[in-house]
Design a binder for this molecule. Structure first.
Ligand code: GFB
Length: 315
């Protein structure tokens, strides 16, 4: 399969030469391209393995989706692991891409990179003006460094490395573990259990924190487009317009299960950052046609998938 690169640029992408790290994960599984080895086949923490795989397969394009990720609780408990693994994977894949003469790379960041005390909406000019939220500074700083790494390689070696900053991503194939997951998959799994046993639905925090949620299929489409069309050194924020209180996300999940849950909020559990609304104006200017999947539809599809695939779901 081939696609055109950039507006007016006569080169074509050969999707048989695209390497998607984390290609079987939440985001990578929605991105177009052939090479998606598992972590057993290629350990991205190992530079030599990463380079050999890329050389053997004559990789020309890289989409770096692999990351050590988790929800608010796991981020707080594993600050060091999240920092180390994310830094190392990014360092390895960008250096291996340089050695292989990769034509273009798309790397993933996260709205966790912004300072905790930023002015809303979050804009890219604020990224380095303060510390990330203490709950996930290990992950946040490592993901900030992705842009520094890309910038330095762009400046020294002329590499075309672009970065996308997604908000809280959810969808089919997510990690539904009750402790380590992000809020939507965690609550989907809890609601499944509550419905089955007619038990209370235990929600962390007070339900007032707000988040922007991005469906993984939407992010896949955005990344496909970026690989073809986005060449700027400025990280691109990818988020829908709406923010939802956690309590509103809970309502959408219980509706999707058709379950009248008794919701109990547990304030002893982490609340994380109160809000992180991000400025998506640049994306909207570049892609005025793009339609984000409404939260209720994305949640319904994810819940239906989880119900049907309970045994094989990651949890
Ligand atoms: O998705 P999440 O864990 O991470 O959402 P962040 C946390 C919010 O959801 C907090 C509430 O306000 C929690 O109190 N919440 C309620 C729950 N019930 C639950 C539950 O059962 N599980 C979870 N996980 N939360 C993430 C970072 O921050 O942002 C990631 O941890 C990533 O690294 C992502 O960068 C974008 O949105 O707070």
């Amino acid at each position: 399969m081939r696609g055109k690169v950039g507006s007016g640029v006569p080169e074509m992408i050969d999707y048989d030469k695209v390497f998607i790290t984390g290609g079987n994960g939440l985001v990578g599984s929605c991105v177009t391209g052939k090479h998606r080895p598992s972590s057993k086949e290629v350990n991205l923490l190992n530079y030599d393995e990463t380079l050999s795989y890329m050389q053997e397969n004559k990789i020309e394009y890289v989409v770096h989706c692999a990351a050590r990720v988790g929800g608010v609780k796991e981020n707080m408990e594993k600050l060091g692991e999240f920092f180390y693994e994310n830094m190392l994977m990014t360092l390895n894949i960008i250096e291996a891409s340089r050695v292989c003469g990769v034509k273009k790379m798309v790397c993933l960041q996260s709205t966790c990179i912004f300072p905790d005390d930023a002015t809303y909406p979050l804009t890219t000019d604020q990224i380095y003006k303060g510390e990330p939220h203490p709950s996930n500074y290990g992950y946040g700083y490592a993901k900030r460094m992705t842009e520094i790494n890309a910038r330095a390689y762009r400046d020294q070696y002329g590499m075309n490395i672009v970065n996308v900053i997604p908000c809280n991503v959810y969808g089919i194939g997510d990690n539904f573990n009750l402790e380590s997951s992000h809020v939507i998959p965690g609550l989907i799994h809890k609601c499944y259990i509550s419905k089955q046993y007619q038990s209370d639905l235990n929600v962390w925090g007070d339900g007032l924190a707000q988040r922007e949620f991005l469906y993984n299929k939407d992010l896949g489409k955005i990344i496909d487009w970026m690989l073809l069309e986005y060449d700027s050194s400025e990280s691109l924020i990818a988020s829908p317009d709406e923010e939802y209180a956690i309590s509103e996300a809970v309502n959408e999940i219980t509706k999707a299960f058709d379950f009248d849950a008794t919701v109990v909020y547990d304030s002893s559990k982490p609340k994380g950052q109160h809000r992180k609304p991000s400025d998506n104006s640049k994306f909207k200017e570049l892609r005025p046609d793009f339609e984000f999947t409404p939260l209720n539809i994305g949640i319904k599809e994810t819940v239906d998938w989880f119900n049907t695939n309970y045994e094989k779901a990651r949890k």
